[in-house]
Design a protein around this ligand. Structure first.
Ligand SMILES: [Cu+2]
Length: 119
């Protein structure tokens, strides 16, 4: 094998490793909520992964900072909740989950996503 082939092989392997890391290795920032948690809506949900406790009430304090009308509604289908989020005003959503699991939420058009992890 000459040096060119070795270099191409190494570059290829590096690229594959990078792509794998980019798509699968990315760690989601999961935030453990106490009795309440602040969620900022700005180009997505921050945090997008929220861990809450089963059988306890957790209040999500949601504030939309993003004027994009795409984000003006939040839907939590598993909890049958749909709320309008006025700009720069805090909206509270209280959840008392009785089952563990992962429950997704999203904007009105299902473009931005987040999840509630009950554990
Ligand atoms: Cu949307």
């Amino acid at each position: 094998m000459d040096i060119d082939k070795i270099l191409v092989t190494i570059t290829g392997a590096g690229l594959i490793a990078f792509i794998w890391w980019f798509f699968f290795g990315k760690k989601e920032v999961e935030v453990v909520a106490g009795e309440s948690i602040d969620v900022v809506v700005d180009g997505g949900y921050k945090p997008a992964s929220i861990r809450i406790k089963k059988g306890k009430t957790t209040t999500l304090k949601i504030k939309r900072r993003d004027p994009n009308s795409c984000l003006e509604e939040i839907i939590l289908p598993d909890f049958k909740i749909k709320k309008f989020l006025p700009l720069n005003r805090e909206i509270e959503i209280s959840l008392t989950p009785q089952k563990t699991g992962e429950y997704g939420f999203h904007c009105g058009m299902n473009m931005y996503h987040g999840k509630i992890i009950v554990g």
